[in-house]
Design a protein around this ligand. Structure first.
Ligand SMILES: Cc1cc2nc3c(=O)[nH]c(=O)nc-3n(C[C@H](O)[C@H](O)[C@H](O)COP(=O)(O)O)c2cc1C
Length: 160
């Protein structure tokens, strides 16, 4: 089964999980990058990132050099922003035409969980089979080793 991991990460948490998944599943990996980067400052990130979610923005992305439709299984990962997925996925969803794939969702958050992300994402990208979901509390800073064990167990228990 050909596997792809697609993710966006502002501060490295989702990146850590994405890279672990890619290594464990022998997958290709695609990082979504915005042409204009969101700021990472302590307050600025909430202001600009939050505004971007609330305005439902579709930030321009750097060119993507692989075709997700060539894969059977796709892992999709995002930080949780204002309860849901980060806006780079608005742009991605609009342009990707992904259908009939096995999709696994993963997210990193600051304590609010990822339920709304799972629901919103599935509604935005229907006509796929969603076979798994998992979320982590800022794994770069908290429970790093436990999080990486958890992600490996999750992968091994996914139905193929
Ligand atoms: C704009 C913005 C909004 C956020 N909103 C939430 C939220 O609603 N709930 C939550 O639990 N964490 C929220 N966070 C925290 C991030 O989800 C958390 O720090 C995550 O681990 C960051 O992942 P990353 O390092 O891959 O960017 C927010 C962070 C930013 C920058």
């Amino acid at each position: 089964m050909k596997t792809l991991v697609i993710y966006y990460s502002l501060e490295g948490n989702t990146k850590l999980i994405a890279e672990t998944i890619a290594k464990e599943t022998n997958a290709d990996i695609l990082e979504l990058k915005t042409k204009k980067e969101y700021p990472t400052g302590r307050f600025k990130k909430y202001l600009w990132g939050g505004k971007s979610v609330l305005l439902n923005q579709k930030p321009d992305l750097l060119e993507i050099d692989l075709d997700p439709n060539e894969y059977d299984r796709i892992f999709i990962g995002t930080p949780i922003w204002v309860g849901t997925y980060a806006p780079p996925f608005n742009t991605f969803i609009e342009n990707c035409n992904i259908e009939n794939k096995k999709i696994c969702l993963f997210a990193c958050h600051g304590g609010g969980g990822a339920k709304k992300f799972y629901t919103n994402f599935k509604n935005k990208l229907p006509n796929n089979e969603y076979i798994g979901e998992i979320d982590f509390l800022e794994p770069v800073k908290k429970n790093t080793e436990e999080s990486l064990i958890q992600v490996r167990v999750w992968i091994n228990n996914l139905k193929s």
